[in-house]
Design a protein around this ligand. Structure first.
Ligand SMILES: Nc1ncnc2c1ncn2[C@@H]1O[C@H](COP(=O)(O)OP(=O)(O)OP(=O)(O)O)[C@@H](O)[C@H]1O
Ligand SMILES: [Mg+2]
Length: 276
């Protein structure tokens, strides 16, 4: 296959879940955010940060846009990501606009996505989000196939959370996830996707964190892309602490699939069985 087609295909499959594709419609159920686009010179400057020869005029432009967004969102701390992904492999807590350059400049996730944008001629978006405290035991990844909720897994899947051993607790989480999915489906038309939530026991609805592609580019947490078919609903939590999931890896965060693949190249959409 021609290399460019490969990346075009890849982009075509991941782009529908980029934040710019759903934020406006789902604003009332997710974390307050402001966004702006970064143009070729700014994108190249961020990619060059690591080499120390970034175009400072271009960075100034981005910094001004960041300052605008920080003022709009207000607060002491912020979460800043691309529409595609965050710099969670490097740093997520941001206090001032310049911190974004530190966080983005040394994040493989950001550099890969900016490079992809350049290859497919896409102008990426940056989202500045209000900082919210998300307790690790309350974050869940929810799998939607053909418009139906088919799976929920704890997001931090290497840690045992004892409250999840209680079936009634898992039911409450599932109930909130289903309620949120009904809201998402009113506005978001993809049939297959994965959404991350922060379960809020004292509220009606969980908080929508973000949406990911339903494909092996997205970490399946306690599910397994090779084994699980997502036909019947299943809730997965770490039951037996003596059998940790994916013990060969020590990070407690979901992995980038590219790292898991081991060869730096994600599988093609076709290889993933990604629905057309
Ligand atoms: N506004 C926020 N404030 C504080 N922490 C946040 C915020 N948004 C996200 N996080 C934390 O950072 C993690 C990564 O954020 P997000 O899901 O937006 O990025 P991502 O790169 O797409 O990650 P993923 O691999 O989960 O798809 C989240 O799982 C959550 O724990
Ligand atoms: Mg994501």
């Amino acid at each position: 296959m021609h290399k460019n087609n490969y990346w075009q295909d890849y982009f075509k499959n991941v782009h529908p879940t980029y934040m710019e594709e759903w934020y406006d419609e789902l604003e009332d159920i997710t974390i307050p955010s402001k966004c702006f686009q970064i143009f070729d010179d700014e994108r190249e400057a961020i990619i060059s940060l690591l080499d120390g020869n970034a175009d400072s005029k271009a960075l100034d432009k981005t910094e001004k846009k960041l300052s605008w967004a920080f003022k709009e969102i207000k607060g002491e701390r912020f979460f800043v990501r691309l529409g595609s992904r965050s710099p969670k492999d490097n740093q997520i807590e941001i206090k001032k606009p310049k911190d974004v350059f530190t966080a983005f400049g040394d994040s493989s996730r950001i550099l890969e996505d900016l490079t992809l944008a350049s290859m497919v001629d896409y102008t990426p978006y940056v989202f500045v989000r209000k900082w919210v405290t998300i307790p690790q035991d309350k974050e869940f990844r929810c799998f939607v196939k053909n418009g139906e909720l088919k799976g929920i897994s704890q997001y931090y899947y290497r840690t045992k959370y004892y409250y999840l051993d209680k079936p009634e607790q898992r039911k409450l989480i599932e109930f909130q996830a289903r309620k949120l999915l009904t809201k998402i489906k009113e506005k978001f038309k993809l049939k297959n996707f994965i959404f991350d939530i922060c379960y809020r026991p004292t509220e009606d609805l969980p908080l929508l964190i973000e949406i990911n592609p339903f494909s092996s580019w997205t970490d399946p947490c306690l599910f397994d892309w090779a084994l699980d078919k997502f036909e019947d609903f299943d809730f997965k939590w770490l039951e037996d602490i003596s059998k940790p999931h994916k013990p060969e890896v020590d990070s407690s965060q979901p992995l980038d699939v590219k790292q898991e693949g081991g060869n730096g190249v994600p599988p093609t959409p076709k290889e993933c069985g990604y629905p057309a």
